[in-house]
Structures are given as C-alpha cells and as structure tokens.
Design a protein around this ligand. Sequence first.
Ligand code: MN
Length: 285
Amino acid sequence: MSTTRALQRVITAQRTSDGAGVTLNRSLGQSQFARLDPFLMLDEFGSDRPDEYIAGFPAHPHRGFETVTYMLAGRMRHEDHLGNVGLLGAGDVQWMTAASGVVHEELHTPEFSKTGGVFEAVQLWVNLPASHKMSAPRYQGIVSGGIPIADLGPKASGRVIAGAWEGVQGPAYTVTPINVFDLDLMADSRVTIPIPERHCSGVVLLHGDAEIQGQPYPGEAHIAVLSRDGDAVTLHAKTNAKLLILSGEPINEPVASYGPFVMNTREEIMQAMDDYRAGRMGHLS
Ligand code: MN
C-alpha cells in the first residue's frame, strides 16, 4: 500500500531574461531559497517570437554540476570546447555533466519553418556531490527515439528520461539517483506515479490544467514541491496536460554558487573564476 505525498509548497516561476537576451520562466534557482536538492535551477522557455529566443546563449562556462536540456519544439544548436556538436530537435535531451568545466554555446537556430517559429524547451541544473565536482566532463546526447515510454494505459503515457518507472529504465546516466519523467495525460485521466522514498520531488506543469493530490495546480511553469514522506503522487488532468516529474536523492552538502559555477565553498568559486579567466576550462574555437 503506497502513501501519497502532499503538495508542500509552490515556487512561482519568474519571467526573466538570461544569455544574450532569452526570455524564460525560472522557478528553481530564482534565489538561494528556491532549490530542491539535488536540483538547482529550472528554466522553461516558450515563445513564438524569435526576438525572445534567437540570441541564445553564446560561449559561457559551467563547473560543478550538470545541465539537462529537454527540447519540446524548435531546434537548438550546441557546441562545446571538447568538440561535442549537436542539433537538438523536439523530444531530444542533452545531459551535459560539466563537472570540472565545460565552455559551450547554446544557440536557438532560426530553422523554425516547420514548427511555426515556436521555441520551447526546459533546462534543469542538477547538482553534483563534492566528490564529482572536479571529475572529467561527460556529454550525453539522447535522441527522442531513444527515450522509452512507460505503459500507463490508454489515456496517459510517460517518457522515462532518467531513472526507472514501471520496469522501464531511462537512458540517461546520472551520478546520483535521479528520476526525470515526462508525462502526457488526456483530459480526465488520473495517474499515480511512484517516487522513491529517499528522493526530494517536484512536479512541473508545462501545458494544460491538472490537480495534484486533489488540489488545483498553481499554473504553468511553476514547480509544485512535494512533501518528503510517501512513495507516490496522484495527478488528475482536467484538460490534456503535459507535466515533468522530477525527483532525486538529496546531496545534503553546502552550496556556493555564482553565475555558471556551483561549488561547495567560496574559495572554490574564486578558483573557478580564475580558471575560466585564465583559459583553464577550455576555449571554443
Ligand atoms: Mn550553458
């Protein structure tokens, strides 16, 4: 018999701009209080106006964590200093473990004729434990067709990006135990989704209208943080709805962050800034 988790709090996404002028909705990461260990940041991009996304994110570094980009519509071109080049399309995932340092660019390409100019994506920042912050970087380019689907009956389907669900294993390798599920629900469907007991967890509504544990969902792009006790969450779609289910074992270490660097101490942040300035994190040619 499973016990379900309650909706504990809502982090309301704030509309902001980052990169070279990309409009986005930021829930996790908008302040040091808006974190959900091990998740540091969650940005949701969605626009049909090229001036809100086309500038993209020119060359910039990361150290100490992972960036996970999930494309929903449009295309993004990525290149990093290690020579990984990718063009992400709808349904593709890029799981980039920056660890000791990656310099990369993420450009929202203008090839949108097939999708009517819509760019839609989610970027999640996943923390790394101190023991892995200075490991070698790793790049996982996961194409849409490589993401298995959990069978949830005729009115619901779940893409398993990371972790396991209903015996289906997601393709992403994760350093600490993490589940990322993308759930599509038809209007009036109800599902109960398992959440491992030790995980912190949250639900993000990307489209539609839904209830969590019988309570109305607070709105698109906001994150509903669930309580720590219980091993499942129940969702009820009021309309066709798309949701992300995030959960992970908390790392429980101090977080020192500055811009694109997330370490454990202030000294390590200073070192990261020095290393980047001196070119020790690498160069984009
Ligand atoms: Mn980046």
